[in-house]
Design a protein around this ligand. Structure first.
Ligand SMILES: Nc1ncnc2c1ncn2[C@@H]1O[C@H](COP(=O)(O)OP(=O)(O)OP(=O)(O)O)[C@@H](O)[C@H]1O
Length: 248
């Protein structure tokens, strides 16, 4: 379980990115964080893995309070797929990037190799293992970054805009894969159709605060609410609404 109690965060320039966030995220659930540009989604994810520390309030992950002394333990539990895969891939070969986490956490050479193979299969990127990450396409980099995150077998995975860079097939594969993973997933995204496909719960942020929290299907149909927090009703739902209220 992830618990945020009155969490606030301001950047050093004084920009208050998050204010009094209270959230409980159940173990094994898949929760989307959405909101207009600048709403605080990436900042929230960065707090959950200790890239930034909250200025106010408390974050606990599986009963462990997130603070500097627990950071190593938290980072073993929480995997983070960065918004930009270039921030995550830094080795000379994809296989090395995937091996980095398990090796760093003390896995044997055999176990590390097994995990590289297993996650590459999962992401269908076996053919990329010997390639240099910087020479891959955006979508291939995204898949390699997800594989590198999953290879450490985290209990929680945080994904920042996971569907960006992916073509329709890559996106479908990712949605299928994430749907099959039983770990806790927190997904910050603008892809509201992905949220409808994957998440039973969505938290809508507006200017750093929780504006709404509930079923994506219910909240995304509320045109007034969506307008108020700077979001568009997803096309699939808009068609249903238009069919219900045809213009004469
Ligand atoms: N390094 C930084 N220094 C100062 N302010 C920042 C910094 N990074 C983000 N911010 C500000 O914090 C607020 C939240 O930004 P954040 O990136 O978390 O939003 P977001 O919802 O992820 O946006 P997007 O959808 O555009 O990725 C914004 O007002 C942003 O300008």
């Amino acid at each position: 379980m992830i618990r945020l109690q009155d969490v606030g965060f301001a950047y050093p320039d004084g920009n208050q990115a998050l204010d009094q966030i209270c959230l409980n995220i159940d173990k094994g659930s898949t929760v989307a964080i959405v909101g207009a540009n600048g709403a605080g989604k990436s900042t929230l994810l960065s707090l959950l893995v200790g890239i930034q520390m909250p200025k106010e309030g408390t974050i606990t992950i599986n009963d462990l309070v997130l603070n500097k002394s627990n950071l190593d333990k938290i980072r073993r539990m929480v995997g983070f797929v960065f918004q930009n895969p270039d921030d995550q891939l830094f080795m000379s070969r994809v296989s090395e990037d995937i091996a980095f986490g398990p090796r760093n956490y003390g896995c044997s050479a055999d176990e590390t190799e097994r995990r590289v193979k297993e996650t590459a299969e999962l992401l269908q990127i076996e053919h990329l293992l010997d390639r240099a990450p910087y020479k891959l396409s955006g979508g291939e980099k995204r898949s390699a970054a997800v594989a590198a995150t999953l290879a450490v077998k985290p209990e929680v995975v945080l994904l920042d805009e996971p569907s960006s860079f992916l073509d329709p097939r890559g996106r479908r594969n990712l949605i299928r894969l994430l749907g099959e993973l039983s770990l806790t997933k927190v997904i910050a995204t603008h892809d509201l159709d992905l949220v409808l496909d994957l998440c039973a719960r969505v938290v809508i942020l507006k200017k750093g605060s929780v504006f709404a929290d509930g079923s994506p299907y219910k909240l995304f149909r509320n045109e007034e609410l969506m307008e108020e927090c700077g979001l568009e009703v997803p096309l699939s739902l808009q068609r249903q609404l238009d069919a219900k209220n045809p213009q004469t």
